[in-house]
Ligand binder design. Structure first.
Ligand SMILES: Cc1cc2nc3c(=O)[nH]c(=O)nc-3n(C[C@H](O)[C@H](O)[C@H](O)COP(=O)(O)O)c2cc1C
Length: 230
């Protein structure tokens, strides 16, 4: 009797450890300088849905400090690491390595993603593509009134040049609001966020089952459009 109970306890400990170890995680990047603004509100809605579907998440805020942009030195082509080792880059890089998916959130500034966010994303995607490929990605955007689709398209370009499956929702991923907190009143936008969270969790779980191996990449061909002068 005692031995049976002991066996059950051992099985419980081992299986709960296994579940814990295998829990997947999504990194969320808040591109707004407003830590508690509307972008954070929208990302939090996705994060809660992920949590309800058994997926952990982690939000990195890019903050209010000046963000170094890419200087096209191409050092990362050799080293796989950006020449600038600022805290924001190192944090995102480290967290991405241990994440199964990525969601980028941006406020709309003049119909595009905010400049500081693009500065860090250019460096991250240029230097980290090796461990980003085949991880599902999604963009979400927040605006007062216009420019959501253009911003959404721009952010999706990072995923679609990096072999990352793009996760969709029931509408283009945007939420509306001007002053911090106003997005809480956009019921449709928040539903789009929850659907995105569910779809991301569903895709991650399907990938995790590993029914099919990842595609074998071809050797890369790179051409440009400059013709030799005659
Ligand atoms: C510099 C700047 C430019 C903006 N440009 C637009 C715009 O083109 N379209 C729009 O609808 N809202 C625009 N907004 C409003 C923000 O997108 C809106 O306030 C959003 O909720 C900000 O998100 P946050 O609270 O996460 O920072 C702009 C705001 C700023 C500060």
């Amino acid at each position: 009797m005692e031995r049976t109970i002991l066996r059950f306890i051992m099985i419980f400990i081992i299986s709960s450890h296994k579940i814990k170890k295998e829990k997947m995680k999504v990194l969320l990047i808040n591109g707004s300088p407003r830590k508690n603004g509307n972008t954070n509100l929208a990302l939090s809605e996705v994060a809660e849905t992920l949590r309800n579907n058994g997926i952990d998440s982690d939000i990195v805020h890019i903050g209010t400090k000046a963000v170094q942009g890419c200087i096209a030195c191409n050092e990362c082509r050799e080293s796989g690491h950006c020449v600038f080792r600022d805290e924001l880059y190192l944090t995102i890089r480290e967290k991405l390595q241990h994440s199964d998916g990525l969601i980028i959130g941006s406020p709309v500034y003049y119909s595009g993603p905010n400049g500081s966010l693009c500065a860090i994303l250019d460096r991250v995607f240029y230097s980290c593509s090796d461990f980003l490929c085949y991880k599902p990605g999604a963009a979400i955007v927040v605006c007062r009134r216009g420019g959501a689709s253009a911003t959404f398209d721009r952010l999706n370009k990072y995923f679609t040049i990096t072999n990352m499956p793009v996760v969709s929702s029931q509408y283009w991923n945007s939420v509306h609001g001007l002053m911090a907190g106003e997005a809480a009143g956009d019921a449709e936008g928040l539903q789009v966020m929850r659907t995105l969270g569910k779809n991301m969790a569903w895709l991650l779980k399907n990938i995790k089952t590993g029914a099919w191996p990842l595609p074998e990449p071809e050797e890369r061909i790179a051409t440009n459009f400059i013709r030799q002068a005659e």
